[in-house]
Ligand binder design. Sequence first.
Ligand SMILES: [Ca+2]
Ligand SMILES: [Ca+2]
Length: 338
Amino acid sequence: MPLFIDVVLLPTTDRWKRKAVDINFSQSFSAWTDAGVGSCESRSGEECRSILFKEPMQDKVMKGHLIRILEVPRQGSCNVLCYMEPNCVSINVGPSQGGNYNCELNNASDESPGSSDLQSKRDYIHISIENPCSSSPCFNNGTCQAGYTDKGFRCKCPSGFTGVYCKKACSFDFENGIGGWEMTGRAFIYQPTFGDNPVARERESAQQQGHWWIGGAEKRSNESDPAGKQHPAGADPPNGTLTSPCFRIVGKNISFLIGGGCTVSEIRAELIVNSQVVRKETGNCNETMYRKGWDVEEFIGQYAQVRLVDKRHCCWGHINFDDLKGDIICPHDLDEKN
Ligand SMILES: [Ca+2]
Ligand SMILES: [Ca+2]
């Protein structure tokens, strides 16, 4: 039997608007806007959601997975409210006062792992959606939200994890040494360097992340070395490159701390994709490192490296660098399907 749903909250306008829609419980529906199905992305920047409700289960409710409870004038309004709540994958609907209905939004469905939590309750119905999140596709405690993207779900990742499935995000912070970075020339032979070495020379603070960083002018490659020493060949004369391991770009943002020289033609960090230099960034002619970054959306799915370049002999001819991170998958995760 068709249900009559008459209340839709439009995400772009943030106000209630009456809109009559005939819909079956089993009918799939996408975002409704004035412009019609599928236009929500262009209007609000929000991803569209498309969910499919299964047949109602009579005299059943799901317990223990409540997001919130609301009162609605019609049963079908509860379906719409579930649609509007990204974490909702099932509803319980039952009688309330004055002919209204209690609408319970749940974050588990009848197929969710460990949710054999359907209980009997007279005059209620339980409706789950077809739920691709029931296979727990998101790693590392990512929150799976059903109905998004052409995969049928999206993962909301906790900090430090990234990508479609919340794999471990990559960072290169030099806290455990130089890692797989490869060196040419002599500019970086004493790296990484420990502590805020410029301050020991009464210069600007490096503002490094953690203890270890790349300081092209610095020489403190052991914690026990005296603070403040510089490259014996001088802060600026040596040249060289330092190139990161290959990583995979899985989102639009890469960022890093960068300081030192500011002549981008000779002293810089650069992003290499397919053997081409596609982005460049340099310091501020100041020892202090600042966070800068690149929009790499056009390279999503591709493999990349960051290379530090020092081909300047004098006058702010060194580069400081630390904490490269963002929407990138580390080398040791590259073999995993993502
Ligand atoms: Ca660091
Ligand atoms: Ca140099």
